[in-house]
Write a protein that binds this ligand. Sequence first.
Ligand code: SF4
Length: 348
Amino acid sequence: MHSYGRFNFATVGLKRYSYTNRLRKLRSLSAIYLYFGYIMQVVIDKFSGFCWGVVRTIQIAEETLAENNGNVYVLGNIIHNPKEIARLEAKGLQTISRDDLDNLFPDAKVLVRAHGEPPETYRRAFARGIEIIDATCPIVSKLQERVRKFYDSGFQVVIFGKKEHAEVVGVRGVCNDECIIVKNVGDALKNVDFSRPTVLFSQTTMDRAGFFMIRQALHERINDLIVEPAEFGSEKFQAKDTICGQVSGREEHLARFAADNDVVIFAAGKASSNGKVLYEVCRAANPRTYFIEDVEELRKEWFDGAETVGVSGATSTPQWYMEIVKSAVESGKFGECRTSAQTLNQSL
Ligand code: SF4
């Protein structure tokens, strides 16, 4: 981060402005904004926004909506982003819960989102003649297959993740809920049965550092471990890093992007796991990082003295919404701010 101090075009004027290097820099900027005497550059992180799994899900939803005049249901929020949900609902997408399956008419079209579903959902739908449009992300489908394989082979399945997260609910279903969900090393050491052959997986959107810590702790504790160092694979213990590269691959770039900007606005749905992980990456690199779900949460004082503002988002944040955030920051017209952004920034 860097600072060149304040100046005011209205009173100083370009000709009289003597910092030639800075002027050269300012002329090269694609987005500059005259803001209360500051020049502020606002850029969108070009590596942020929808991952390909979400792009695929949204495409399937749009196509199915077009083919069925909008009469399509989806099990749970299609992604963890209320803006995109509202856009698709305006086209006719209806969000339902699993319990609602029993009330749908036969031939109803029900979309399974990228997070996937447990096998029980498919059974229930089939029994009622409901047509499932399966938009499960292939990476999640692969995770489910691998969990099933180890479970069927008699392994104790341990998942690094959040028990009620939609993806984990689906994974739990493929092993009849006979798995152990852990959020940290303490959970793992307390709940794993070390006498059993064990396999460790991860929810696709967890942080890799956390996974490695749990892997190491289990590795050290399990007796008679025969480990291939690179694989952490043995008859007794195996660890499968199933964190999605679309999440972990962004972290290094994101940290650089955050450090390169004076202020970072991270836009994501508050229910997005991936959003929370990536937000923490930004905040670690730049303490002036703010999490928002809605542009109305922007606060004028966040930008005091800032000359560069970066806008980034989660794998579930639409590009069009980041454009709205960029425009809102550039406009400098911030509305009455809600406290939710503050609360989230304090609690994360
Ligand atoms: S983050 Fe990865 S696993 Fe999740 S939907 Fe996107 S591509 Fe699929």
